[in-house]
Design a protein around this ligand. Structure first.
Ligand code: ADP
Ligand code: MG
Length: 288
């Protein structure tokens, strides 16, 4: 039989804005010792803004580079795509003949007979293109390619979630001994966020399927205690499903994430994670 305290715990958590899909997840979270975080939209706000457009081919202006990139991204729901579209404003976008998305890398589109690629270093390498040069900045970047020429580079930045450092400290007090970041973003951008938040274990440049391999390795290496994963659900539903307990930020409203997760934070308020651990641990003290 399920102890009554579990029902009370689930109800208590719901009042704090966290939906647990079962009493067993309260038990798992109460004994979590490692917490793995997605970067974009989880440790950061997930709201990007274009900082800079660099021109690599003088036959294009910054305006044209942005307009081509925004046209290619016009169907995109990814925060990077949304930032580029917002930056283009109401310049009017080109009609797109076809689009192929590459999760964790970018996309390719056919526009007015030309092949446009908007994506990261890995996608360029996959297409056998030379990456212009390595940049020392710590921002997120995407390259814009017109047929086979890299015509520009767009740098985009996100903000670290307000109060996140304090939340990590409070989670430590609740028993989280290790915090790890997983991200598809490049190493430099990831390290910058990790350093600001005191997360020393950063695994970057991961494709969505590699994030699943990483969580499996982390679980296999865990000697005692459980592994929790916290993500926003964009490209990480399989990771949410694979963790001992997958916690989704539901404020963004991704159905796939809510489906795959074991617990959902119903708002965009990350401090609820601390409340969730408190409720879980209180419940376990009553059950025992
Ligand atoms: P994260 O793991 O930080 O949530 P993603 O896996 O969603 O990031 O994306 C990883 C990287 O792939 C981005 O930093 C970007 O370089 C590239 N990328 C993903 N989607 C797009 C897109 N729609 N347009 C351009 N680049 C993209
Ligand atoms: Mg993400």
């Amino acid at each position: 039989s399920v102890p009554l305290a579990f029902f009370a715990g689930i109800g208590g958590a719901a009042r704090h804005g966290i939906m647990f899909k079962g009493g067993n997840y309260l038990q798992t979270l109460a004994a979590a010792e490692t917490m793995v975080f997605d970067k974009t939209g989880t440790l950061t706000e997930g709201v990007f803004a274009v900082d800079e457009v660099e021109v690599y081919d003088a036959s294009f202006s910054t305006g044209e580079i942005i307009r081509l990139a925004a046209s290619a991204e016009q169907m995109s729901t990814h925060p990077i795509g949304r930032a580029i579209i917002a930056h283009a404003g109401d310049t009017g976008l080109f009609a797109v003949e076809s689009i192929t998305e590459h999760a964790g890398m970018g996309l390719e589109a056919q526009i007015d007979g030309a092949h446009i690629l908007v994506g990261n270093q890995r996608l360029l390498e996959r297409r056998g293109m030379d990456v212009p040069r390595l940049h020392k900045s710590s921002s997120t970047e995407v390259f814009v390619v017109y047929n086979d020429t890299v015509i520009g580079r767009i740098t985009i930045s996100d903000r670290i979630r307000e109060g996140m450092a304090e939340i990590l400290t409070r989670l430590k007090e609740k028993g989280i001994q290790k915090s790890i970041m997983l991200t598809g973003d490049r190493e430099r951008a990831a390290k910058h966020v990790g350093d600001s938040l005191g997360i020393s274990e950063v695994r970057a440049e991961l494709l969505p399927q590699h994030k699943v391999d990483e969580i499996e390795k982390i679980i296999a290496a865990q000697e005692k205690g459980h592994v929790a994963y916290v993500g926003d659900g964009i490209n990480d539903a399989p990771v949410l499903a694979r963790a001992d307990i997958g916690i989704a930020m539901g404020g963004m409203g991704s159905d796939a994430a809510i489906e795959a997760a074991d617990a959902v934070i119903m708002t965009n308020d990350m401090s609820r994670l601390v409340s969730a651990m408190s409720v879980a641990q209180k419940t376990m003290r009553i059950v025992k």
